[in-house]
Design a binder for this molecule. Structure first.
Ligand code: URA
Length: 237
C-alpha cells in the first residue's frame, strides 16, 4: 500500500506540490472515483489511478519501446534538437526517463526508454552478451570475404578491435540489405565495421533487442509500454 500523493509524484513528472493541487481540485480518481484526500492509501497491484481521465502506470519502473524516426537524437535532453524523450506522450512521462543505448541521429528503429538504470546497464554491458539486431543497407555489393572479415571480428580504422558479429544477407545485389547482430555498442560501430571492409552504410535500423523484436505496428515516432514478459525477453537469449 502507498500514499496517493507519493505514488503519483513517483510515477509521473509532477512535483509533490502539483500533485497536492491536482488532488484538491478533484482531477484525480482512484478506481474511477474522485479522491480528494492526499493521504489516501492505494494498492498499486490492484487499484487504478487516473488524472484528468488518463490512467497512470503505477509500476516502480517503466519500459517503453520507441520506433525512432530519423533526425531525432538519443539523449534525455538537448537544448537545440528534438530528443527521443520528446516523443514520449505525456501519459507515459516519468522523471528520469532516458534511452538505454544510443542510436545515431539518422538511425531508425527500436529504442528502449526506461527509468531503470540497473536494467539499462545490464542489457548494454558487452559482458552480458545481449544481442542487438540491425538491418544495414549498403552502398555497394559485398563479397563473402568482406562479410567474413566482419564475422571474425574486424579491426576499425582507428585500430579498435570488434568482437565477431553475426551477419545474414537479407537482400543481395548492388545495394544489399544485411542483418547484423552485435552485443557491444561502440560509437558508430556498424557504420565503422562496414567502412573498415571498404563499404558504406546508407540506412540503418535496429530491429531487435535481446529476444524482443520491434513491434511492426508501431509507426515511426510512436511508442508503447512494454509488458513484463516483453521486458524479460530483452534480457534473455
Ligand atoms: N551502429 C551505428 O553505426 N550506428 C548506430 O546508430 C547503431 C549502431
Amino acid at each position: 500500500m502507498e500514499r496517493l500523493d507519493k505514488i503519483i509524484a513517483n510515477t509521473s513528472t509532477f512535483s509533490r506540490k502539483e500533485v497536492h493541487r491536482m488532488i484538491k481540485s478533484g482531477t484525480v480518481r482512484v478506481n474511477g472515483i474522485t479522491v480528494k484526500d492526499r493521504g489516501f492509501y492505494i494498492d498499486t497491484e490492484s487499484d487504478t489511478v487516473s488524472i484528468n481521465g488518463e490512467d497512470l502506470v503505477l509500476e516502480k519502473y517503466i519500459y517503453i519501446m520507441l520506433n525512432k524516426p530519423e533526425g531525432v537524437v538519443s539523449a534525455a535532453r538537448d537544448d537545440k534538437e528534438k530528443t527521443v524523450i520528446d516523443l514520449v506522450p505525456p501519459e507515459f512521462k516519468k522523471k528520469n526517463l532516458f534511452p538505454a543505448g544510443r542510436l545515431d541521429r539518422n538511425t531508425t528503429g527500436f529504442v528502449l526508454i526506461t527509468d531503470n538504470g540497473d536494467f539499462a546497464h545490464k542489457i548494454l554491458s558487452p559482458k552480458n552478451h545481449i544481442d542487438k539486431t540491425y538491418e544495414a543497407r549498403l552502398e555497394h555489393s559485398i563479397s563473402s570475404s568482406e562479410l567474413e572479415m566482419i564475422e571474425n571480428g574486424i579491426t576499425l580504422g582507428d585500430g579498435t578491435k570488434c568482437l565477431p558479429a553475426k551477419l545474414c544477407v537479407l537482400e543481395d545485389g548492388e545495394t544489399p540489405l544485411i542483418q547484423v547482430i552485435i552485443h557491444e555498442g561502440k560509437y558508430h560501430q556498424i557504420k565503422r565495421m562496414f567502412a573498415a571492409a571498404g563499404n558504406a552504410v546508407t540506412q540503418l535500423k535496429r530491429t531487435k533487442m535481446g529476444g524482443l523484436e520491434l513491434d511492426k505496428t508501431l509507426l515511426p515516432g510512436k511508442c508503447r509500454i512494454l509488458t513484463k514478459e516483453e521486458v524479460l525477453l530483452i534480457s534473455s537469449e
